[in-house]
Design a binder for this molecule. Sequence first.
Ligand SMILES: Cc1cc2nc3c(=O)[nH]c(=O)nc-3n(C[C@H](O)[C@H](O)[C@H](O)COP(=O)(O)O)c2cc1C
Length: 426
Amino acid sequence: MGSISGQFTNTPVPGADKYYPLNDPLIGTPLPENAYPQNAKIPLLFKPLTLRGHTFKNRIWVSPMCQYSSDNGHATDWHLVHIGGFATRGVGAICMEATAVTPEGRISPQDAGLWTDSQIDPLKRIVNFVHAQGASIGVQLSHAGRKASTYAPWVHLPASKARRATQWTAEENEDGWPDDVIAPSNIAYADGYPLPKEMSKEDLQRVEEAFVAAADRAKKTGFDFLEIHAAHGYLLHNFVSPVSNTRSDIYGGSLDNRLRYPLKIVGRVRKAWADKPLFVRISATEWAEFPEHEHGEWKQWGIKQSKIYVGELKKLGVDLVDCSTGGNWSKQKIPLSPGYQVPFAAELKKTHPDIPIASVGLITEPKQAESYLQEGKADAVFLARELIRDPNFALRAAAELEVAIKPADQYERAWMHVLTPKHPEQ
Ligand SMILES: Cc1cc2nc3c(=O)[nH]c(=O)nc-3n(C[C@H](O)[C@H](O)[C@H](O)COP(=O)(O)O)c2cc1C
């Protein structure tokens, strides 16, 4: 006997720009408890999180990852495949890589950008694809400050180790701009890096406007959230830290002064990007070998100042702080271990229980990730390298945490173990 005519069709995603099969429920979300008894209890990783009216379908998020693969700042098919592959495999959100707000704010010549309108369309194609797969997508707006005009990692040191660059600076004849590198003060990050020029009043104004213009372009692109990159030794981190900011104007010296420029940018972007979630990534310490505060003076950037900073970000209406560390002190010694940055996120959460905090860094196991959420140390987790190794992390997590979640329609046959109803006692 045939089926009732019209009842069994391969339903498309409504409103998508192309034909894609509809996933119901969304990829990476729990299947109904009545059919899957194991879903009586849902791990926090698979609980949605709503920020400023936008619901992230789960809390496994792709951390921003530079691909050094853009064509004069324009995304290419590499980005569609790279980002698209995460969207088809069940993560809740994807934050696209550090995306420069001005050409001189790129880390390397092939960095992503949103400094001109022609960069919108290639990104829109990616955003539309990701939306059709039911994931949230944002972009990390960035200015590289004193770490601009440098090489992609594999240019500096190819995996073959056949040759190694003697410096990090990309020179003019290597598509670099070492004479246009700017920072709060003319202090190089390390030997072999560009010597930055101290930013003039005009530079400060220009970069501020560039952040706002890039936020407007992000809006036109259709991103769901924005992240401001204020970590890892790039421009906004350069401003807050006493090791990279020795200015004598209102943007240097006291903590209030060092915070002034980053807060100005965040405040302006918040106004331009009023309706959707705004995240700020900070480095909560720079791992220098000396104390954060000594003899009445701030010596390096650290958790004490970070707590004050987060309080100010909260006042400006930031929706989530993405807590990372390091990148501004070239002699940093990071005691690497699983979840090594989680204690910083946990401290920030303790001081500011009313602002969501995400953690990142060596989070590689589902039970490990779930424990940070259960223990109230973070509200969401960002993963970078583990998701490169295993873009299926969300489905692997579902299998390990014994919850049934939706794989992409096209991939279901590979995930029957996740799709098998189980009674919890089984
Ligand atoms: C290839 C690669 C590119 C990265 N690019 C960025 C970036 O654009 N912006 C950023 O804030 N962090 C960047 N990071 C850092 C990651 O987002 C993440 O914070 C770090 O790798 C620690 O997380 P993990 O242990 O899960 O990899 C990058 C890391 C990798 C491996």
